[in-house]
Design a protein around this ligand. Structure first.
Ligand SMILES: [Ca+2]
Length: 214
């Protein structure tokens, strides 16, 4: 092959790789360990309000699930919430796993939500009161009946399959149940949100996020 042919072949391969990435869902791992401390996490869209922040912190605030860093979410606003989101592409089936910790000094309502546009597909909550909840199609938050301990890291795994119509919850390695998804639409974005409209001074930590989209 001459140089011109090699360049054309190379560009063609890059183009095909781009098509594959655009057509299929992607997966990612986020440990915040290479991220800049004190700043919003790179690669995530910050959707929080002006008084709610999501910043990368080191072990001076809490011992991260995976050291040296984790994400600290703070809500000081009665009218808004801290929120970060990340796109992963349409996925009819997949798993999101994350570690979360709520401090007893200022626990918050921490949500992990899977969305497509304005539609919620899964909305999962670790409540400030220590309850594990999910939102059903009516828009109500429902109790799973499971409690969780404050001041400790917990690993949550949410697995969805549109064909089955359910998502499963594995909590600290044990399956706690299957719950109906809100809407049968392939989610393309994962959101972590802390806050509610009438509470202030909430803090929660998130680390070790892994999305596997199929
Ligand atoms: Ca980490």
């Amino acid at each position: 092959m001459n140089m011109k042919t090699r360049v054309i072949c190379g560009l063609s391969l890059l183009f095909l790789l781009g098509l594959v990435l655009m057509a299929g869902a992607i997966s990612f791992v986020e440990n915040f360990d290479g991220a800049a401390v004190g700043q919003a996490p790179a690669g995530w869209e910050d959707g929080g309000d002006v008084k709610a922040t999501s910043i990368v912190v080191d072990k001076s605030a809490v011992v991260p699930h995976t050291p040296p860093n984790c994400l600290k979410m703070t809500d000081d606003s009665p009218g808004g919430a801290a929120q970060v989101s990340r796109w992963f592409g349409d996925a009819k089936k997949g798993t999101v796993r994350f570690a979360a910790q709520n401090p007893s000094a200022s626990p918050g309502d921490l949500y992990c939500t899977l969305k497509k546009g304005g539609d919620n597909i899964i909305d999962f909550q670790l409540s400030a009161g220590g309850n594990v909840k999910y939102r059903d199609a009516s828009g109500s938050l429902k109790e799973t009946g499971n409690k969780y301990a404050l001041d400790a890291w917990h690993v949550v795994e949410l697995s969805w399959d549109l064909a089955a119509g359910n998502f499963g919850v594995v909590y600290d390695g044990a399956k706690i149940g299957e719950y109906p998804i809100i809407k049968a639409v392939a989610p393309d974005t994962v959101i972590f949100k802390l806050g509610s409209s009438n509470k202030v001074n909430m803090v929660a930590y998130v680390d070790s996020i892994e999305v596997k989209a199929e």
